[in-house]
Design a protein around this ligand. Sequence first.
Ligand SMILES: C[S@@+](CC[C@H](N)C(=O)[O-])C[C@H]1O[C@@H](n2cnc3c(N)ncnc32)[C@H](O)[C@@H]1O
Length: 258
Amino acid sequence: MVSAYIKYLLRSGNEHAIHSPFLFELYTKVISGVKDDNPDYIDLKALRKELLASQREIEILDLGAGSRVNKSNVRKIRTIAKNAEKPEKFGKLFYRLIKRLQPKNIIELGTSLGLTTLYMSRAKKDASIISFEGCPQTAQIARENFDKTGAKNIEIVVGNIDDTLPARLEGLSDGIDYAYFDANHRYEPTVRYFEQCLPYATNDTLFIFDDIYWSDEMTQAWEYIKAHPQVTITVDLFWIGLVFFRKEQVKENFTLRF
Ligand SMILES: C[S@@+](CC[C@H](N)C(=O)[O-])C[C@H]1O[C@@H](n2cnc3c(N)ncnc32)[C@H](O)[C@@H]1O
């Protein structure tokens, strides 16, 4: 990842690299260099601190690519909070993206302890969020976190996403306006989940892929997604990749500083 990061730093640009007015506005007002001290974050910050200190142990059922730092299936909450949760910076970015794009139907693959889910939930309390998690005990902690913070718009679907995603998608009456893919960090499942969600994407949908340089497989999956004919604009922020389907845009792949 170090060499991938150096390459990213060398090729990434800022707002001067953007010709699309839509992306220019999104980048300068939502993505980069935004001072963001929203009071909505205060208790989520406190919850993160609490989880980072928690000695409570749970049994992990790992249905994904696994942890690089922990091979045991009994894990402290603090270890999960440190290694699996996306840092606050991304929670805030997702909050701002949701405030700006106003998606009604949101899905998240990979709930973990639910911290990122909570930033998304806070940004649009009347949105419906379906979050998928394979580990029952992790999902239980997420549920407790949703109750503690008064989140009412999140449904957790527990089980292997290989099975639960197609089943839950079938029951969707509306499309997907916003999807965050952060579960099984391998090529085949990432591409499969992307293709299963594609028929539900509209012109205004945003898909976000996590850890696009985590492994060669994830980088290959990112290349596949960028090249897909239905995808128009992509934005590589190194840690995550944004994918848009806006037909009015010329296909272009951006690499931007975050
Ligand atoms: C990196 S964590 C998600 C972090 C979370 N989105 C956040 O930002 O805080 C990945 C989660 O995906 C779950 N997962 C991985 N593969 C899965 C699968 N095939 N089915 C269901 N859940 C899976 C893991 O149990 C883990 O909790």
